[in-house]
Design a protein around this ligand. Sequence first.
Ligand SMILES: [Zn+2]
Length: 392
Amino acid sequence: MSDNGRPRPGLLLWDPRYLAYDFGPEHPFQMNSRRLATDLLETIVGEAGWLRRDAEIPPAPRAELETFHRPEYIDRVEAISALGKQIPLDHGDTPSFPGCFEEAARVVEGSVRAVDFALRERGAAYHPAGGLHHAHPDAASGFCIFNDVAVGVARALADGRRVAYLDLDAHHGDGVMYGFYGSGRLLDIDVHQDGRTLFPGTGSVAETGAGDGAGLKVNVPVPPGAGDEVLTSLLPRLVPTLLRAFRPDLLVVQHGADGHAGDPLSGLRYTSVGFDAADRLLVALADELTDGRLVVTGGGGYRAAAVARVFARAGARTLGAAPPPLTAPLPDEWRADFARSLGTPSPSGWGDPIPPSGRPPWRDGEIDRLVAELGERLGLRFPPADTEPAPP
Ligand SMILES: [Zn+2]
């Protein structure tokens, strides 16, 4: 809420052409999950007077891409994009597709507009198609051709701002972190499944930045099997202290949903309860520290039922609307569309039908040791467990 108690301006970025960022029907990355999330989000925010929608998003101009990507790499993507066939863009699972240059640049433009809106209007912007955090200045990686969040961050830095970037994706946001490893105006906090057990393998506690950026890159690797304790307890111990020390002008969040229990590409076990707590925390921190300037993007997430619900709730909270209770049913019309477009039954309610079972993977005292090690490396004192006041 702004000072006068009314919601701050909000902007939802979704162009139906984002569906054309498409590696094919068998590929794990599916924009249709993001489309379903956006439709579900619109059932929550409805015709809210403070909300604006941007549904005509052109590809970012080349000069904008060059604020993060190397010209030779941009040339290569543009040339391959013009061919009528799929060619691997990296050594993994990121193939080209006809038109991939324009479609990847369109995702970038969404992040640029989100950042411009947040800075100019002191508002919050939600960009569920964004969050392609693995792309490097000169290479595609991990389903990411151009790094929209990195270009968005570069835009704010060029405007003279200090930016805090929080990455909740199950995978380490290597493209963003290494892209600004020496920057003294980007605080990068990345909570992810330990790189010794998951792509891309990076993001150890020892990687804390270099030069002006020393002490401003914060990696929080968690073991496979870690669950909501990461979002409800570890995050509130670390993030407020880090942000208050850094004093950002803008908070950018990569809100990947692939840490959700049951995601086929990660081993974490977050639930909607944990994501809700994280969402309340980041909105409260933006209100406290950046005068409400907040950009939230999507990111990874490979099970449509989880992506749609987690992204819709995150979007609602970002844009100033309370998401429905987790016990509430999902709208019938939306459920019918989910089943029709995916050929699988829709989830019936907002909550997770079966909470994940099994013991948390942490050894006795391991969370406290991780917090202590981060404090030592960064020269900060983090509060002990459960002393941080709960966000409103
Ligand atoms: Zn991921």
